[in-house]
Design a protein around this ligand. Structure first.
Ligand SMILES: Cc1cc2nc3c(=O)[nH]c(=O)nc-3n(C[C@H](O)[C@H](O)[C@H](O)COP(=O)(O)OP(=O)(O)OC[C@H]3O[C@@H](n4cnc5c(N)ncnc54)[C@H](O)[C@@H]3O)c2cc1C
Ligand code: SF4
Length: 808
């Protein structure tokens, strides 16, 4: 029997430790993870980059929902562990769940410290710690102009840079004389301040906050010296406190953090702590590199291979603000018993300092040119003597004649500090697996997977090893890191070699990972289905969890069920059935969706087949990469303005195209006049009634990347709407990347090109032929499962004491 492993805290350190455990022994544990935040594990470090507009929240996920599913991990996101009973070896949660453990890891991270001053709880005051804080700041910046950031440390400055990018005026308030005093000496700090002032930041130094004031919401900050400033948004970035409440309540020894020994064990048997919540030899770390080192050691311990212990870490810092290069590591201040070597080029704003104690390099500060930071950090970590330091290392960047840095690095030198990946490990992976891009190196070695600061160095290393060849590959968009082939190349090869299964594609086309990954498996599954309608049997194990179970998984692990209602129209009989089902299965919430349907929320996985059977309605595909809904306005039958039968056409479109698998979800709408009550202008396909005909719009999106749809054409009859829409959908199916929305696809391939294809009568006819072939092969998935006991057993094996739905 597998041992039960529970992780409390679905953050960067805890999940990394689980990854290490899976690497050591995939089969040993039944793993359960609890996370208070409603998201899968994401890269918290990159929130700064999200705020600065360099990346999006969607793109910072480290482990997708599918990753948990594929590794057999039960994830309860949006659920907080409130209590640990270490006698009984179980945890309890705020949702009343009780889970037993054999081994328990606490990785509860930190809480942002909020200054205990009056007004700190006013609306408009926020910390900068999680996705919610980040979204809140982005939202405020749409309405308000003046921001104040309290705290001139790393986090405060990154937040301030983001707020400037969002168009706000920013004051940074700092209690000390100079910025980032925990990482920089006064000289580097002044240079930094000068640079940030040039970028538009305003600094208020030696200012102690007395209160935040405002009527109903924050309006300003008052200082102890009696002065004040106006502010519509106040960001507190004054430090963090290890989150130890749960541990303390549960009788685990706690000081500033949860006290752990060199094997990350707490004072209670079978309970460990890792990450920002842990205190090791009196030190609590707030950067990922040491936390990942801890995770590696703990994974060995948990897997029963107690070997190398954790001895503590030397940390280094880099600021993630574009145009400002700052690096510091180890003992960076001059003091008693230290000497330092300095280079200060004021004209070029370059400052480099190496600190030496008893002949050994113990610290460094770099400003303006940080390219040697990694090398210096290695020297500090190894305790190299001063003789090892070549003075050319400190030479100004522009002095010429410097060798490529990667060429001079030893194989044992670390390239990626966050993940502790050496030059040697990267070179080996490049050589063994034929890696060609930075993304592939990241997937294989973890280098550049966290703060991304070493991306340049990884690229340099690729270039150093592969020369000219690398440029050719870095521009090519491959399906994922498992292959060097693009989508087009893969599809051409599938057709040419008549490959029929995901596994076959991977083995014939030389996939680098035998099992592929969560990116390529669903993509290949889609491409095979699109190429061989009716012939190809979808591979359940390659599907995303929602599509596998034909219902949407929600933050708390329950599912939502959305039956289809063609064109948003329902009947009294359907409503009665839905109400009866909701009552019978204690559905906690019944909600109308934005797409004119009814959503039954909070359904238990094991109840799904019976609910579908009782409803007797087709699946609404609310979870699928397929046609979702066709929203309609009331149209000419009832509306005084309508010139067309929008509801009738909407129903016809939905009934014709339902179940059609597409590269991403597809939403449609039909409005009967240009007043556009069904919001046809922001749909993948939007149809608008005009005098004597219909306008067809394509490529709209109402989601994160709001995009107004483009007018494709105007047609006279409903017949023509069906024909154009069908051809458009089939062309999108055949030529878009998997997971590319129509909005992105239309932009990539160009509207003119799409028109050329669809207006060519022959091509349109051929597209429609292939479309109808695909449509004729579809079956309603709910019905299929309800009628197939074996499928129920495979998909819902934890039906518990519930009998499968009897097969008719
Ligand atoms: C904006 C920003 C920028 C940063 N930049 C850098 C950088 O450049 N370099 C760097 O190295 N580090 C950086 N950091 C720090 C880095 O993100 C943290 O060190 C790291 O995330 C800590 O990992 P952790 O797993 O210990 O904690 P977290 O990632 O915070 O995860 C802890 C999780 O546990 C959950 N939790 C807590 N209690 C419970 C409970 N009782 N039940 C269930 N769940 C619970 C929390 O909700 C949280 O999601 C940055 C941090 C921020 C906020
Ligand atoms: S879009 Fe026109 S026809 Fe449809 S409901 Fe609105 S006003 Fe009436």
């Amino acid at each position: 029997m597998k041992r039960k492993l529970v992780l409390v805290g679905n953050g960067m350190a805890g999940v990394r430790c689980i990854e290490e455990i899976l690497k050591l022994n995939r089969e040993a544990f039944e793993i359960t993870i609890f996370g208070s935040e409603p998201h899968p594990n994401y890269n918290r470090i990159l929130l700064s980059k999200v705020l600065q507009g360099d990346t999006s929240i969607d793109e910072i996920t480290l482990n997708s929902w599918e990753w948990y599913e594929q590794n057999g991990i039960r994830l309860f996101a949006g659920e907080t562990v409130t209590d640990i009973d270490h006698e009984e070896q179980l945890v309890r949660t705020d949702r009343g769940r009780v889970v037993e453990y054999d081994e328990l890891i606490l990785a509860t991270g930190s809480n942002p410290f909020i200054l205990p001053v009056p007004g700190a709880d006013l609306p408009g005051v926020t910390a900068f710690r999680d996705i919610q804080d980040c979204e809140r700041m982005i939202e405020y910046a749409k309405t308000y102009k003046k921001a104040a950031v309290i705290g001139g440390g790393l986090l405060g400055l990154e937040a301030a840079r983001g707020l400037l990018n969002l168009g706000m005026d920013v004051d940074v308030i700092h209690i000390f004389d100079y910025l980032m005093e925990r990482q920089l000496d006064p000289t580097a700090s002044k240079l930094l301040q000068r640079e940030l002032e040039k970028q538009g930041m305003n600094f208020l130094l030696r200012k102690e906050t007395a209160e935040l004031f405002g009527n109903g919401r924050v309006e300003g900050v008052r200082f102890k010296d009696g002065t004040s400033i106006a502010a519509d948004l106040v960001v507190m970035a004054v430090g963090i406190r290890p989150n130890v409440d749960l541990a303390r309540r549960s009788g685990i020894a706690v000081n500033r953090g949860i006290i752990v020994n060199d094997y990350l064990e707490t004072n209670v048997p079978h309970i460990y702590a890792v990450g920002e919540c842990a205190e090791h030899r009196g030190v609590v770390y707030g950067l990922v590199a040491p936390l990942y080192e801890q995770g590696k050691v703990l994974a060995q311990v948990i897997c029963g291979r107690k070997g190398k212990s954790y001895e503590g870490s030397v940390v280094s810092t880099q600021l993630k603000v574009s145009g400002v290069d700052v690096f510091s590591a180890g003992e960076f201040m001059d003091g008693e018993g230290t000497e330092s070597i300095k280079l200060y080029d004021e004209a070029r704003s370059v400052y480099k300092k190496v600190v030496v104690r008893e002949g050994k390099i113990v610290g460094a500060v770099l400003f303006g040119d940080t390219s040697e930071g990694r090398k210096l950090l290695d020297m500090i970590q190894r305790g190299d003597s001063l003789e090892a330091l070549s003075l050319s290392l400190l030479a100004p960047a522009s002095s010429g004649g410097k060798e490529s840095l990667v060429a001079t690095m030893a194989d044992t030198d670390v390239v990626c500090g966050c993940n502790g990946v050496t030059k040697g490990a990267i070179c080996q992976a490049i050589a063994e697996h034929g890696l060609k891009t930075v993304a592939e190196v990241r997937d294989y070695t973890n280098a550049s997977r966290s703060c991304g600061g070493c991306k340049g160095l990884v690229a340099e290393l690729l270039e150093h090893m592969l020369g000219e060849e690398v440029n050719r590959y870095t521009v090519k968009e491959t399906i994922c890191g498992c292959t060097n082939l693009s989508r087009e190349e893969v599809i051409a090869a599938i057709k040419e070699k008549r490959l029929m299964t995901v596994k076959e594609v991977m083995s014939v086309l030389g996939w680098k990972k035998e099992e592929g990954c969560s990116k390529c498996r669903p993509a290949l599954n889609y491409y095979l289905g699109m190429l061989y309608p009716g012939e190809y049997d979808e591979e359940v194990e390659s599907l995303f969890v929602n599509e596998r179970l034909h219902a949407n998984i929600q933050a708390d692990g329950t599912y939502s069920v959305v039956p289809r209602m063609y064109g948003g129209v329902t009947t009294a009989e359907q409503l009665r059935k839905i109400a009866d089902v909701a009552e019978k299965y204690n559905v906690p919430m019944i909600k109308l969706t934005g797409g004119q349907r009814i959503d039954l929320l909070g359904v238990k996985k094991e109840d799904l087949p019976r609910i579908w059977a009782d409803l007797g309605m087709p699946s609404g595909y609310a979870y699928a990469k397929a046609l979702r809904t066709v929203k309609t306005c009331v149209g000419k039958q009832f509306c005084r303005f309508g010139t067309q039968d929008s509801t009738g056409l909407g129903i016809r479109m939905e009934q014709t195209f339902e179940r059609l698998k597409t590269p991403h979800k597809v939403k449609m709408a039909v409005s009967a006049c240009p007043r556009n009550c069904a919001e046809s202008g922001i749909k993948d396909v939007g149809v608008v009634g005009v005098e004597g005909g219909w306008e067809i719009y394509v490529g709209g999106n109402g989601g994160t990347h709001l995009r107004a749809a483009d007018l494709l054409c105007t047609v006279k009859t409903e017949e023509e709407v069906m024909e154009m829409t069908g051809a458009f959908l089939q062309y999108y199916r055949e030529s878009a990347h998997y997971l590319e929305r129509t909005s992105k696809w239309v932009e990539r391939v160009g509207l003119e090109h799409i028109r050329e294809v669809l207006f060519d009568v022959e091509m349109r006819r051929a597209l429609l032929e292939r479309l109808h072939k695909a449509l004729s092969a579809t079956k309603d998935p709910w019905r299929e499962i309800v009628e197939n006991e074996r499928l129920q057993q495979t998909l819902f094996c934890d039906l518990g004491d519930k009998e499968p739905v009897p097969v008719e």
